[in-house]
Structure formats: structure tokens, C-alpha cells
Design a protein around this ligand. Structure first.
Ligand code: HPA
Length: 275
């Protein structure tokens, strides 16, 4: 297994710094399927393709552009990732979470992640937004495997509060102010790229999951390790496999994501404005 060193993170941070002309991002915003357009709404944008950041991998997933957009959004100084990296693209957990540490070195202290997921909780409906209150990751190694970089955090970090209680409250209030129903629950990571089997979805439910998806958890673990505040919002684009009679498709996910993008982006903006 390959690991990154502090020197590599610093080289990446330095390369970005040289493009930012003194701009300091405070919030890293990782945008999942269907929300990438929020990156286009950043004011005074400075765009940096991932390919210009030393050591960083690139996104290949549909609808994921593969660039940072730095600037103002929702009254915050943000670094938006238009397109995240996924393990199903062949990247390791360390690759996928690499940019979190780079942005931490640039001064970001907050991570706001969004994703699309399948609803496991049968009380949810397609199109619902879920505030992530906790996560389950059973598959693969930890993104923190390898020599610990002490400057980021301890070898054995506490992960009792990966999703910052204060930011959860911000999201609840933001949703209420928009008159938007907000579900809450546990996000369970699956590696994909195949959707889960109905048996896996039943297992996830028994284990306490409310939604299943193929992203987010590695970035959140790494953010928690380096003492960032984390807010996670999931768009349930479909009921998870086996709940409804029809098969799942990537097209359906993208379609529901597009249809819900206005309310989802309004919530993200309202969270930024009040965090
Ligand atoms: N499973 C995993 N990831 C997903 C799903 C799903 O049902 N829907 C959108 N992303």
C-alpha cells in the first residue's frame, strides 16, 4: 500500500497557494452527483484543475468535473471540489481523502460534503434530503492506515462526533427556514460501483443504516482526524435495492439528483450562510 507524506501534502498546498493570491479558504465543499453546478455560482472564482495539483488524482465519474473552485459562496470563503474522487474509480482511500489534508494545510477548518445515496430507511422517499448524524464503514482499510502523520492528528483518533453537533443544528435550522423536510440518519459506505444487493440492503438496515452510498466516509474520517468540523448532507436519489420492484440505474440517480438540485443547493447555501 502506498502512503502520502507530509512533504507531498505540503507540495500540493504550496502549488495551490501560488494560484490563490492570498485567498484563504475556510470551508471545503465536496459536491456529489448533481450539485456540481454550485461551483459555477462561486463569486470571484479561481479555478484549478486537479491535474495542476501535484500528487492529486483526478475524477472520472459522470458529472464530476475534476476541478477546485476557490472564492465566495454563501458568505464564506470556500474551496469547492467540483467532482470528488471515488474508490470505485480505482483510487485508494488515501487518494480519495488527499485533498482534505491539503485544504487543511491551506487553513480550511470545516468540511461540508454532499452525496447521492440510496434510502435504506423505508420511511424515506426518493428525493428526500438526509442530514448525516453518523456513519458505518465496514469495507476496506481506513484512510488513516499507514504511518500516522502526527501533525494532522493522533494515531487512534476518537470518532464519536465525526459530524459536528453544532453544524447538525445549523442544518436543521437552515432546513426549517426553507420549510424543507430534513431526514436524519446513518450513512453506510459501500465500495460500488455495483449498487448493493437486496440482501446487502437488508443487512445495512439491521446494522442501523438509513442510507447507502459509495463516497463521503473516507473524506469525513480524515477531516475528523485533523480536527475539522464536518457537515454531511445526503440526497436520497432512490430507494435502495430490493425495496421497490424496479431495478436501479445510474441514469435514474442523475435524473433525481438534477430534479432535486434546486432545493438541495438552497439548503447548502443556507447552511453556509449560518454556519
Ligand atoms: N447505492 C449506492 N450509492 C448510491 C445509490 C444506491 O442506491 N443511489 C445513489 N448512490
Amino acid at each position: 500500500m502506498e502512503f502520502y507524506t507530509m512533504e507531498q501534502y505540503q507540495e500540493s498546498a504550496q502549488a495551490l497557494k501560488e494560484k490563490l493570491g492570498g485567498f484563504q479558504p475556510k470551508v471545503l465543499l465536496i459536491l456529489g452527483s448533481g450539485l456540481g453546478f454550485l461551483g459555477d455560482e462561486v463569486e470571484n472564482p479561481i479555478v484549478v484543475p486537479y491535474s495542476q495539483v501535484p500528487h492529486m488524482k483526478f475524477s472520472t465519474a459522470p458529472g464530476h468535473k475534476g476541478q477546485f473552485v476557490f472564492g465566495r459562496l454563501g458568505g464564506q470563503d470556500v474551496a469547492v471540489m467540483q467532482g470528488r474522487l471515488h474508490t470505485y474509480e480505482g483510487w485508494s482511500f488515501a487518494d480519495v481523502s488527499y485533498p482534505v489534508r491539503v485544504l487543511r494545510l491551506l487553513g480550511a477548518d470545516t468540511l461540508l460534503v454532499t452525496n447521492a445515496a440510496g434510502a435504506v430507511n423505508e420511511h424515506f422517499s426518493a428525493g428526500d434530503i438526509m442530514l448525516i448524524t453518523d456513519h458505518i464503514k465496514l469495507f476496506g482499510v481506513s484512510p488513516l492506515c499507514g504511518p500516522n502523520v502526527e501533525a494532522f492528528g493522533p494515531r487512534f483518533p476518537d470518532v464519536s462526533h465525526v459530524f459536528t453537533p453544532r453544524l447538525q443544528e445549523v442544518a436543521r435550522k437552515a432546513a426549517a427556514s426553507l420549510d424543507l423536510g430534513l431526514r436524519e440518519g446513518v450513512y453506510m459506505y459501500f465500495p460500488g460501483p455495483q449498487f448493493e444487493t437486496p440482501a446487502e440492503v437488508r443487512m445495512a438496515r439491521i446494522l442501523g443504516a438509513d442510507a447507502v452510498g459509495m463516497s463521503t466516509v473516507p473524506e469525513c474520517i480524515v477531516a475528523a482526524h485533523c480536527s475539522m468540523q464536518v457537515l454531511g448532507l445526503t440526497l436520497c436519489t432512490n430507494m435502495a435495492a430490493g425495496i421497490l420492484p424496479q431495478p436501479l440505474s445510474g441514469e435514474e440517480v442523475m435524473e433525481i439528483a438534477a430534479r432535486s438540485s434546486q432545493k438541495f443547493s438552497a439548503l447548502v447555501r443556507a447552511c453556509l450562510e449560518t454556519m
